[in-house]
Design a protein around this ligand. Structure first.
Ligand code: HEM
Ligand code: SF4
Length: 642
C-alpha cells in the first residue's frame, strides 16, 4: 500500500479551513507507460470527513516518484479546489467584476467562461458566458422561456444555440451569476459540466421520433449524462445554497456509478468516478442510431451507435473512440482525429463500458501538457488494440467485434415532420444559432402560446415539438411574418453552414467567424452564380476564429480556420455525411483574396465532377497537387489550366 501524507493546510470555503494536500500527485500515471493501471488513490479532505487522513489505494502501482511527475497548472487548481469550490466561492463573493485565475478555471466546470468584450478598448469589461447542459438537446417549455427571459434581463439579449445541442448565454455580469444560475436550476436546467475537464453535453439525435431505436438512443444519452455528472454537490452549494432540485436518477445509473468490481472507483470520494483531479481534459460523447449522423459521430471522444435486431429491438451498441477536433497552428503533433472502432457491447453493459473508457482516460491521459490531454492522443499513442485491452480490464469482459453498419447520412430535421404519435415537429434553421430580435420574440410567443417543448440540434438549429396538427397553419403564418423562412426558401449554403462565436467575446479568437460568415456565404453564392453552379449545388462550409475548431471545421467540405487577422487556413475534403476528415489546403488566405482560391476550385468542380459528386468527394478524388496547380495557374478561365 502506498501512503500519502498530509503536508500542509490552506484556506478553503467559509465552513472549511483545511484540506489534505498531496505531497505529490500520485493518483494518475504519466503518459507513455504501457502497463495497465492498477491503482486509484483518494485523499480525504480533512475538514469534510473528520480528522482522518486515510488513504485508499487498491493496489501498488509502478509510478515515478511524485516529484518527477510534471503537471499542468489546471491540475493543481483542481487538486486544491475541494471539489470545485475553492477559491471560486470566495472570488464570487468579492466586489471585483472579475475572478482570479484559479477560479476562472474552476468556473468552467460549473458551465461558465469568464470573458471580456474585445471590441472595447481601455478598461476590460468582464462578463461571463454560461453554457447549459441538455442531453439530446432536450429543452422543456419552462426552461426555454426562462432562458429567453434571462438573455434579456441579464445577458446581451440573444440566445446562442451551440454545436453541442446547448444554449450559450453571453454577457452575464459577475454580480448576476447566482441569480442566472439559480433560475436555470429552478427550471430543471443545468450548466454543471458544460465546460471543464469532464464529460460535456451528451449528443443524441434531436428528432422527437417515437421509434424504439431513437428513444433508446436518447435514453442512453440521458443515462450516460447522469452517470458522469459530478457528485460532490459543489455546484448546488455555490449556486442554490445546497438545494438540489433535480429529479431522481434511474437505479441502473446509481448502480453502475457505485460498482467498483473492477477497481474503477474512488469508493469513499465525493466524486467516485472523477476523484479530485477529474479528467485530463474535456470529454465528449454522442449516441445515435444507424444511418443518422446528425451528431457528427466520429468527432467525439466516444461515439455510440444503437444496434437493433431484425424486429427493430435494440440489442447493444457499436462504439467508436478517439475523435476530437482541437489542434494548434504550426504544431504538427496536434491534430484533428476521427474515432476508431472499439467494438460492440450488449445493451445492459453500456454504462459499465463507458465507465471503463472514462477510467482508462482518467488514469492514462496526459496531465502535464493540456495540448495533448484529449483521449485521441492516448489512442493515437497506444493504438486501438492496446486501448481496447486496457478498457477490457476495467470493464471485466471482452469487447465483441464491431457490427457492420449501413452508410451514414447527415440529417437536419428541418421543416415539418410527423413525430409518430399523431403530433408534428418543425425544425427551424437559425443562422449560426443566434436567436435575437424578431426571431427571438416570435419563437417565444409561439413556444409560450402552444406550450411547446423544444430540441436543439448539433447544427445550431431548433426544433419545435409536440405540435398539434391544427396549430401548423397559425404557427407557419407567425414564423413567415417574422421572416423565419420555410426551409425551402433558405439558401442551401446557409442550411449546412456553421460558425463558432469567435469575436468579440471568445478570448481565443484570432479572427471573425460568426460575424463574418453571412458576408462570406454571400460571396460563395456569387462565385457559384459566376461559374454556373446551380442553387442546389451546395457545399458544407464551416468557419472558426481559431484552430480549436469549436464549429467542427475539419469535417467541412470547405473549412475556414482563422490563422491571423482577417486571414484563414482553408481546409478541404470533408464530405456531406460528415464521415471524412478534411486536410489543410492553403494557409494565410486573406479574406479579400478568397475568390482567388474559391473561383478556380468551384469552376473545376462544375466542369470536372462526376455525376452527383459532392465537392468534398471531388476534392478528395483530384488530390491537392492537382488542385493547387490549378489554383496557382488560375487567371479567370479553366482552359489554360486543364
Ligand atoms: C481545444 C481547445 C478549446 C478551447 C480552449 C475552447 C474554448 C471555447 C470558448 C472560449 C468558447 C466560447 C466562445 C463564445 O461563445 O464566446 C467555445 C465555444 C464552443 N466550443 Fe470550444 N474550445 C476548444 C475546443 C473545442 C472543440 C474541439 C469543440 C468541438 C468540436 C468545441 C466545441 C465548442 C462549442 C460547441 C462551443 C459553443 C459555440 C458553438 O456552437 O460554436 N470546442 N469554446
Ligand atoms: S474555435 Fe476558437 S475562436 Fe471559435 S469559439 Fe472556439 S476557441 Fe473561440
Amino acid at each position: 500500500m502506498a501512503a500519502i501524507g498530509v503536508s500542509s493546510s490552506m484556506p478553503l470555503g467559509n465552513d472549511t479551513k483545511k484540506i489534505a494536500r498531496f505531497r505529490g500527485f500520485r493518483g494518475l500515471r504519466p503518459t507513455g507507460q504501457s502497463s495497465m493501471v492498477k491503482s486509484a488513490y483518494y485523499v480525504r479532505p480533512i475538514s469534510l470527513f473528520g480528522s482522518s487522513t486515510i488513504v485508499r489505494a487498491v493496489s501498488t502501482p509502478v509510478k515515478p516518484e511524485p516529484s518527477d511527475v510534471k503537471r499542468s497548472k489546471v491540475e493543481i487548481f483542481k487538486e486544491k479546489s475541494n471539489f470545485l469550490r475553492y477559491p471560486l466561492n470566495e472570488e464570487l463573493q468579492s466586489e471585483a467584476p472579475s475572478i482570479n485565475e484559479a477560479a476562472t478555471q474552476l468556473i468552467k466546470f460549473h458551465g461558465s467562461y469568464q470573458q471580456t468584450n474585445r471590441d472595447e478598448r481601455g478598461v476590460k469589461s468582464y462578463q461571463f458566458m454560461l453554457r447549459t447542459k441538455n442531453p439530446c438537446g432536450r429543452v422543456s417549455n419552462g426552461l426555454y422561456l426562462a432562458m429567453d427571459t434571462l438573455a434579456d434581463e441579464f445577458g446581451i439579449g440573444t440566445l446562442r444555440l451551440t454545436t453541442r445541442q446547448t444554449f450559450q448565454l453571453h454577457g452575464v455580469m459577475k454580480k448576476n451569476l447566482k441569480t442566472v444560475m439559480s433560475t436555470i436550476i429552478q427550471n430543471m436546467g443545468s450548466t454543471l459540466g458544460a465546460c471543464g475537464d469532464l464529460n460535456r453535453n451528451v449528443l443524441a439525435p434531436a428528432a422527437p421520433y417515437k421509434s424504439k431505436d431513437y428513444l433508446f438512443a436518447q435514453e442512453t444519452a440521458d443515462n450516460i449524462a447522469a452517470l458522469l455528472t459530478p457528485q460532490s454537490g459543489a455546484y448546488y452549494d455555490l449556486w442554490v445554497d445546497g438545494e438540489k432540485a433535480m429529479s431522481a436518477e434511474p437505479p441502473e445509473v446509481v448502480e453502475a456509478r457505485n460498482d467498483n468490481s473492477h477497481e474503477t472507483n474512488f469508493p469513499d470520494s465525493p466524486e467516485p468516478i472523477y476523484g479530485t483531479q477529474f479528467l485530463p481534459r474535456k470529454f465528449k460523447v454522442a449516441v445515435t442510431v444507424p444511418t443518422d449522423n446528425s451528431v457528427d459521430i466520429l468527432t467525439n471522444d466516444v461515439g455510440i451507435v444503437v444496434v437493433s435486431d431484425a424486429h427493430g429491438e435494440p440489442q447493444g451498441f457499436n462504439i467508436y473512440v478517439g475523435g476530437g477536433m482541437g489542434r494548434t497552428h504550426r504544431i504538427k503533433t496536434t491534430f484533428a482525429r476521427l474515432g476508431d472502432e472499439l467494438g460492440y457491447v450488449p445493451k445492459e453493459d453500456i454504462l459499465y463500458v463507458m465507465k471503463a473508457i472514462v477510467v482508462t482516460q482518467r488514469e492514462n491521459g496526459r496531465r502535464d501538457e493540456r495540448r495533448y490531454s484529449r483521449m485521441k492522443y492516448l489512442i493515437d499513442d497506444w493504438g486501438i488494440d492496446k486501448f481496447r485491452s486496457v478498457v477490457e480490464q476495467y470493464y471485466g469482459k471482452k469487447i465483441e467485434p464491431f457490427k457492420e453498419l449501413p452508410e451514414w447520412e447527415f440529417v437536419d430535421y428541418l421543416g415539418w415532420h410527423e413525430q409518430g404519435d399523431g403530433t408534428m415537429f418543425c425544425g427551424l434553421h437559425i443562422d449560426s444559432g443566434r436567436i435575437g430580435g424578431t426571431t427571438k420574440k416570435t419563437l417565444r410567443a409561439i413556444i409560450e402560446k402552444y406550450n411547446l417543448d423544444v430540441r436543439l440540434t448539433p447544427n445550431q438549429n431548433i426544433i419545435l415539438t409536440n405540435i398539434n396538427r391544427a396549430w401548423r397553419k397559425p404557427i407557419s403564418t407567425s414564423l413567415a411574418e417574422a421572416g423565419i423562412l420555410d426551409i425551402k426558401y433558405v439558401d442551401p449554403l446557409n442550411v449546412t453552414a456553421m460558425a463558432c462565436p469567435a469575436l468579440p467575446l471568445c478570448p481565443l479568437a484570432i479572427t471573425e467567424a460568426e460575424r463574418g460568415i453571412p458576408a462570406l456565404l454571400k460571396r460563395v453564392r456569387a462565385i457559384f452564380d459566376k461559374v454556373g453552379l446551380k442553387h442546389y449545388d451546395s457545399v458544407v462550409i464551416r468557419v472558426t476564429g481559431c484552430p480549436n475548431g469549436c464549429a467542427r471545421p475539419y469535417m467541412a467540405e470547405l473549412g475556414f480556420v482563422g490563422d491571423g487577422p482577417n486571414s484563414y487556413q482553408i481546409w478541404l475534403g470533408g464530405t456531406p455525411n460528415q464521415m471524412s476528415l478534411a486536410k489543410s489546403f492553403k494557409d494565410k488566405v486573406k479574406i479579400h483574396d478568397l475568390e482567388k482560391v474559391l473561383e478556380p476550385l468551384f469552376s473545376y468542380w462544375k466542369m470536372k465532377s462526376l455525376h452527383g459528386e459532392s465537392f468534398g468527394d471531388f476534392t478528395n478524388r483530384l488530390g491537392f497537387d492537382q488542385l493547387t496547380e490549378m489554383v496557382d495557374k488560375w487567371d479567370g478561365s479553366l482552359e489554360k489550366v486543364i
